[in-house]
Design a protein around this ligand. Structure first.
Ligand code: BGP
Length: 474
């Protein structure tokens, strides 16, 4: 018998401003950390992306038609404050009012992220999440948005604080592209947990009646073998990517064991411990009690084995299968066991990892009331058939297969007690990917980027059926 989801389970699509809007130089938008970085890299441009800045109604019309009830969008901070603070750009403010009104017209509830990887350029240069200036200005921008957009009922403070920090300072795939700086990684993680907490507490003090949460990338980390060494490597990787954040935002304190693992990583790399104060921890603790929901972004899982050599990371940003490498000094080496299925970008397809992370939150972090899966999906190399017509449907059976597996895992977690309220597919429509450009497509709707014409994928029909029946289709 096919598994079912609860009747009030919400079906959604996800996006991020910089990945869909395009129009990066329009209507007074300020520059962000990526503009320079991508120009220098010269591989791809964030324009036109999905041209959502002009075509949002087209996408929301499709979304409504294919059973999407909720959508993740983010506000581009530098459309509102081109310089990160100070002067407000009215055209940016007007755009988001129009976008939210259009969501209402299509009966789609927006869940709005305040920061999705797009730090304004001035603040990035000032030190990004490592600088006090960034933290102060982020709180001001958040409060401005809460007052300006009362039509928004669901707010997300930060998208994937840990993965931003890790990619900025450990693997170096995000600007400023530093590698092996675990001290900066943990300090940036803590600073984001702190500023997130300030914003959650401020929002609750404003009594606006909505809900506020945070979104995190959570990869379940398994040991490569049963050996003590491999188990310990998995614990260290888990501390780097999952644990500090989970402790901070969901328990309101850093557990002793977490801090010990972090110290071990830093000592092995001769780097200093991150700084935090009692007052900060008090703020963090209050926020954990105020938090309405946590968003889980889960695509893949990791396996770790012991490794003592120098750090080395190679990012597969082209879809050349089998090219990624991650060996971190003082942590361990990623190595998938035989038989684990992977995508062209070396991401494992492992639905049990989704089940296990949802259960971990349910079991170990009981303070948080609601869980959403805020991103999940598969990146594929999809092409428009040469003889495509107006209403050609793009065949993406691989995506349907992936979704089936992951939805079954989510249904199992719900049956086991996890309070999962909804699911947002990454992504609603094809969009621009930070380190992969336009060749890694995730959408329910295919975009022919040169013409910006939308085509429906087969998975959209599957998704609609699930949304209407709550029975996971074959
Ligand atoms: C998440 C981000 C998204 C999105 C997604 C897919 O980490 O929140 O912005 O990009 O991953 O990642 P990628 O584009 O690298 O395949």
């Amino acid at each position: 018998m096919n598994k079912t989801l609860p009747k009030d389970f919400l079906m959604g699509g996800a996006s991020a401003a910089y990945q869909v809007e395009g129009a990066t130089k329009e209507d007074g938008k300020g520059r962000v950390l990526w503009d320079d970085f991508l120009e220098k890299q010269g591989r791809f441009s964030p324009d036109p992306a999905a041209d959502f800045y002009h075509r949002y109604d087209e996408d929301l019309t499709l979304a409504e038609e294919y059973g999407v009830q909720v959508i993740r969008v983010s506000i581009a901070w530098s459309r509102i404050f081109p310089d990160g603070a100070g002067r407000v750009e009215p055209r940016g403010v007007a755009y988001y009012h129009k976008l939210f009104a259009d969501c209402a017209k299509h009966h789609i509830e927006p869940y709005v992220t305040l920061h999705h990887f797009d730090t304004p350029e001035r603040l990035h240069k000032a030190g990004d999440w490592l600088s006090q200036e960034m933290l102060t200005d982020f709180v001001k921008y958040a409060k401005f948005c809460f007052k300006e957009f009362p039509e928004v009922k669901y707010w997300i403070t930060i998208n994937e604080p840990t993965s931003m920090a890790v990619q900025q300072y450990t693997s170096g795939t995000f600007p400023p592209a530093e590698q092996g700086r675990f001290d900066k990684t943990f300090q940036a993680e803590h600073n984001q947990i702190l500023v997130h907490s300030k914003i959650v507490n401020a929002y609750k003090n404003m009594n606006l009646g909505g809900e506020i949460g945070i979104v995190h990338a959570l990869q379940t980390v398994y040991p490569y073998s049963d050996s003590q060494e491999d188990k310990h490597a998995a614990d260290l990787q888990d501390a780097l990517e999952n644990r500090l954040y989970l402790d901070g935002t969901l328990a309101g304190e850093y557990h002793e064991e977490t801090l010990e693992l972090i110290k071990e990583i830093l000592n092995a790399n001769n780097q200093p411990m991150f700084k935090y104060t009692d007052d900060e921890m008090e703020e963090i603790n209050r926020a954990a009690h105020n938090l309405d929901f946590v968003g889980v972004n889960n695509y893949f899982s990791k396996w770790l084995r012991a490794y003592n050599g120098a750090s080395e990371t190679i990012h597969n940003g082209t879809g050349a299968k089998g090219t990624s490498v991650s060996r971190l000094h003082g942590i361990g080496e990623e190595k998938k066991p035989e038989g684990i299925e992977t995508t062209d970008w070396d991401w494992s397809i492992y639905p049990r990892g989704m089940h296990d992370i949802l259960m971990r939150i349910h079991d170990d972090y009981p303070l948080v009331p609601d869980i959403y899966v805020t991103e999940n999906g598969i990146g594929l190399k999809e092409k428009l058939p040469e003889n495509a017509k107006e209403n050609t449907i793009i065949n993406d059976d691989k995506r349907i297969d992936y979704l089936k597996k992951y939805f079954n895992a989510i249904a199992d977690a719900i049956a086991d007690g996890a309070n999962v309220k909804g699911y947002f597919i990454w992504s609603l429509q094809d969009q621009f990917s930070w380190t992969n450009g336009y060749s890694k497509r995730y959408g329910l709707f295919f975009i022919d980027f040169p013409t910006q014409k939308r085509y429906v994928k087969k998975s959209a029909f599957w998704f609609k059926k699930l949304s209407e029946t709550h029975v996971i289709p074959d």
